[in-house]
Design a protein around this ligand. Structure first.
Ligand SMILES: [Zn+2]
Length: 271
């Protein structure tokens, strides 16, 4: 009797193991390995970044922010498909750089996650990536007016802001306007080059930085600068843009950017 129960248990275990390994039809046979546990304070800053971008009107129901995994440069962390203002620590999913989820647990992935994976592949200096539909940058993506710095807090734009057109990516999927595969993400990352910001025609932008605090600041001031530049153009006449020399000097001595992060984070997390 005991032997029978034991053999049944073995059979049941074997079936469960086969189901676990085989998974659903068409599912990937092996998920990428995790880069390891991540400090709670780092996840909190990623959650805060989502909330801040929503609070400042840079993202709405769409748009997303990721960080490179602090313990493994070949992994990144991004919320599941969810409006950024609703993101909590439990919504953060780990991906490899081909944008395969390490452990999805039924959570739906962001369709345009390939933006993040391909930028991390192309830019070892980048540890945070933001994709937004930042409204005021869009006119600069569909006209011949380049986005240029008019505000000192956006002086990082002095290096130039390229415009990526999905039609030039040579991918049939581009008809949908969304970066829905690695090939489109790679094309976008190539247009970004070594810059902090690239616009996406008729869509929004990608903003990158060495850390998430800087990336959030760049995304916010890119939107503010676009608004002010459009206002200056409306006033008419030649515009005195921030010069390359001034922009480079600001990059060397950025002032006190941490003060803005503390304010935004406190407002966003309510503490
Ligand atoms: Zn988008």
């Amino acid at each position: 009797m005991i032997r029978h129960a034991l053999s049944m248990a073995i059979v049941i275990s074997a079936v469960m193991f086969a189901l676990a390994v085989g998974g659903r039809p068409g599912a990937a046979q092996t998920s990428p390995a995790s880069g390891g546990p991540v400090d709670g304070a780092i996840i909190e800053d990623l959650v805060a970044a989502n909330r801040i971008l929503a609070q400042e009107g840079i993202v709405d129901a769409y748009g997303h922010v990721s960080i490179r995994h602090p313990g493994n440069p070949n992994r990144y962390l991004l919320s599941r498909s969810l409006a950024p203002v609703l993101v909590t620590a439990q919504d953060i999913v780990e991906y490899d750089l081909d944008s395969n989820a390490v452990e999805a647990r039924g959570r739906t992935s962001v369709l345009e996650r390939f933006i993040h994976g391909e930028v991390y592949k192309a830019r070892p200096d980048v540890n945070a990536v933001i994709h937004t539909h930042s409204p005021t940058v869009v006119p600069f993506s569909v006209t011949h007016v380049p986005l240029r710095p008019v505000l000192h807090t956006a002086s990082f734009l002095w290096v130039g802001v390229p415009v990526w057109d999905i039609r030039d990516a040579g991918d049939p999927a581009s008809a949908g306007m969304l970066v829905r595969n690695g090939r489109l993400g790679k094309s976008l990352a190539a247009m970004l080059g070594d810059k902090p910001v690239t616009l996406m025609r008729g869509h929004g932008n990608v903003v990158v930085a060495p850390n998430v605090q800087t990336a959030v600041r760049y995304a916010i001031y890119t939107e503010v600068n676009a608004r002010l530049q459009a206002t200056a153009i409306g006033l008419g006449g030649p515009i005195n843009y921030i010069s390359a020399e001034e922009g480079a000097a600001m990059g060397r001595t950025p002032g006190d950017p941490g003060r803005a992060w503390e304010l935004w984070k406190r407002k966003a997390l309510g503490k």
